[in-house]
Design a protein around this ligand. Structure first.
Ligand code: G6P
Length: 369
């Protein structure tokens, strides 16, 4: 087992550190930034239907559902197609409206999650086109899909998903860019710019990982907190949810993720000097609003932590602790911003003596409905 872990203490840490490579592997053979092309045979095959789709419905569970939520914002922005993101279990059982020509994207690391599988099978019967974004080659969901794109992250052993999540985001961003470009809903310049940004992600992910010792020291400082709140807006809203999920799974600390502005409608009641509040606050169109949300937390004496963009001294000055990431375009940033939050959860889990690779009561894939 020590050999399988490649010198790391846990599979989870190994998989977190693999991300520059897995993201690169996911891009390789598909994205050619110099040529300005994205090659995805499965998407190409259904290009007409996707471009003309009335709506796209994304179906997933758990961390994969969070990847879908990020994709909703990106696809709507770049492709101007209405996107809905559904928990597979809820979608399946409420007799959803599915019209012929609806495009469904099923996201699953394992390709075996029962709710997701059953949901796409019934949608298929109603005439929807199913695209699978799946990690495990030849898995049930991959086989039940009309077409799709594998995430190529390699086997993920840690129960809490890390490298599979960033690979899902990578694939979904490529799909959004390809469809947006084919549809003409993004300019050539913006398209080329985002291809370059995506191409630069492996290097930026490595940069974040190189700063792991600092994140470990933050973990030591906050490991005894009873609750955590994670907040983000826009492209980073789902990253806040994922940060909270990761912490819950690995450390058993109660954590909630919320859209930063929505905190005024409830979670703000929980804020006192014992509550760490983690903001995903990188530079984007929402940044000013997020900073004012941070000030609201500070005014109530909450402990203020944030993922911020390198060089953002203003945000740094108001926070108790910061996790710095390199500058990235706001559409691509979620892919990088999640990495410090994975590390934070991991180090808190380890500091608390938890079994981070196999948290109690959780399963790597949930094959019962
Ligand atoms: C379980 C795993 C999660 C995963 C979810 C969905 O809850 O513990 O890590 O996100 O299932 O799994 P899938 O394989 O469909 O992505």
């Amino acid at each position: 087992a020590a050999i399988e872990k490649g010198g790391y203490d846990h599979f989870m840490l190994k998989e977190i550190f693999e991300q520059p490579t897995t993201i690169y592997d996911c891009l390789r053979g598909r994205l050619d930034a110099a040529a300005g092309t994205i090659t995805m045979a499965g998407v190409q095959q259904y290009a007409e239907q996707i471009i003309n789709a009335n709506r796209i419905v994304i179906i997933a569970c758990g961390t994969s559902w969070h990847a879908g939520l990020v994709a909703e914002y990106i696809i709507e922005e770049l492709c101007r197609i209405n996107v809905e993101v559904e928990y597979a279990s809820e979608f399946r059982y409420r007799n959803p409206v599915i019209n012929k020509g609806d495009v469904i994207i099923a996201i699953s690391q394992s390709g075996e999650t029962a709710d997701t599988l059953v949901a796409i099978e019934s949608a298929k019967e109603k005439g929807a086109i199913i695209l699978g974004v799946v990690n495990v080659v030849g898995s049930s969901i991959a086989r039940a899909s009309h077409a799709g794109a594998y995430t190529h992250a390699g086997p993920e052993i840690g129960v809490a998903s890390t490298k599979a999540f960033t690979a899902q985001l990578t694939v979904l961003m490529m799909i959004a860019l390809k469809v947006g470009y084919m549809k003409g809903s993004i300019s050539n310049d913006r398209y080329r710019q985002l291809l370059n940004e995506l191409d630069a992600v492996p290097e930026k992910a490595a940069w974040v990982l190189n700063h792991h010792e600092h994140i470990k020291s933050i973990a030591e400082k906050y490991k005894d907190a009873r609750d955590f709140l994670y907040l983000g807006r826009g492209y980073n809203f789902a990253i806040a949810l994922e940060g909270a999920l990761k912490l819950k799974e690995i450390s058993y600390i109660h954590a909630e993720g919320y859209p930063a502005a929505e905190m005024k409608h409830g979670p703000i009641a929980l804020v006192d000097e014992n509550l760490p509040v983690v903001f995903v606050a990188t530079k984007d169109i929402y940044h000013e609003k997020v900073v004012s949300n941070m000030q609201e937390i500070k005014a109530r004496k909450g402990k203020l932590l944030a993922v911020i963009t390198e060089g953002d001294e203003t945000s740094k000055a108001i926070c108790d602790d910061v996790m710095i990431v390199p500058e990235a375009d706001e559409v691509i940033a979620p892919l990088i911003n999640v990495i410090p939050l994975q590390l934070l959860s991991y180090y808190i889990g380890v500091a608390k003596g938890c079994n981070v690779d196999m948290p109690r009561n959780l399963a790597k894939s949930v094959t019962v409905e």
